[in-house]
Design a protein around this ligand. Structure first.
Ligand SMILES: C[S@@+](CC[C@H](N)C(=O)[O-])C[C@H]1O[C@@H](n2cnc3c(N)ncnc32)[C@H](O)[C@@H]1O
Length: 283
């Protein structure tokens, strides 16, 4: 049964009530993820459109964060209204600011709610989306039951999880022994992946597909360099005593924004990530 929780890769359950500098960093990290991976998001939402019986008009985003998925869904489905549910007021504030900037305030609205306490009644949804969020919940089965109840018969649930935290560096970065990035992730056990198949079936869903999306972007540009920097800085803050002093020094070299090997000046970065989406239908 899949019920594990991973605090390393985002908001953890115990910390989400107190916005701090970390929340801003996480929001920026999620926004950059969506910016860098916009083609993947367009492909994923387009695929959900193909699986839907008619274009989705009422959409609920569970654990929406700053709205990365909500905005991709609003773009893909121009008739849709998206309710973005999250427990963090700070992330919802970013979402509403961005919705206004994008001219989407009428179609993308935030709803502050703790999904561990239950999803407020929202009416019949055509599509419920939960990206990288279910593993944060203390009782994911309960959230799946709420998603089932929120959907109209025939409606779709899309649950997405990362197979691994995104990678950015080549094996040999020209400083220290090769393989730094893998050693960092191994030391911190960052893998967020949970297989939700059994939970979805138990909740009463019919699984239409579990589709892995494998993304590799070579020379991905400045947003990706900034994304890499935020991710690696976040990992660095947990690393003292977890890897060798030599590896810490190598990482600090990459994160030294004034240094010659800083991430922003490198031409050898890429973005590698694999994410699976379960598309599950309420019969
Ligand atoms: C890793 S982020 C994913 C955000 C967004 N779905 C994305 O893909 O960019 C996980 C989100 O789940 C939210 N979350 C965690 N526990 C929650 C809960 N009990 N109720 C509502 N939201 C929760 C967090 O505040 C955070 O925004």
């Amino acid at each position: 049964m899949a019920t594990s929780h991973h605090a390393h890769t985002g908001h953890n359950h115990s910390g989400h009530q107190v916005p701090g500098p970390d929340d801003h960093a996480m929001a920026e990290m999620l926004e950059l993820d969506a910016e860098v991976l916009q083609d993947y998001l367009a492909e994923l939402t387009g695929w959900l459109g193909e699986l839907s019986d008619g274009e989705p008009r009422r959409i609920i985003d569970l654990g929406a964060g700053p709205g990365t998925g909500a905005f991709a869904l609003a773009r893909q489905f121009p008739q849709a209204e998206v309710t973005a549910v999250d427990v963090s007021p700070l992330l919802l504030h970013r979402l509403s600011t961005r919705a206004a900037a994008l001219g989407l305030s009428a179609r993308v609205t935030g709803l502050e709610a703790d999904l561990d306490a239950g999803l407020p009644p929202l009416g019949d949804a055509d599509l419920v989306w939960a990206a990288s969020s279910l593993h944060h919940m203390s009782d994911p089965d309960r959230v799946l039951a709420d998603a089932f109840a929120a959907l109209r018969p025939g409606g779709l649930l899309a649950v997405t999880e990362m197979h691994f935290f995104p990678r950015f560096l080549p094996a040999d970065i020209g400083v220290g022994p090769p393989g730094l990035e893998e050693r960092v992730h191994t030391a911190l056990d960052t893998s967020p992946f949970v297989d939700w198949t059994e939970n979805l079936v138990r909740a009463g869903f019919t699984i239409e597909a579990a589709r892995p999306f494998e993304v590799q972007l070579a020379n991905p540009g400045t947003a990706a360099a900034r994304y890499a920097e935020i991710c690696l800085r976040r990992l660095r803050s947990h690393l003292d005593g977890q890897v060798s002093a030599e590896d810490l020094a190598s990482l600090d070299t990459l994160l030294d924004v004034d240094g010659p090997r800083t991430l922003a000046r490198r031409s050898d970065l890429d973005v590698r990530t694999t994410r699976t989406t379960w598309a599950a239908r309420r019969p």
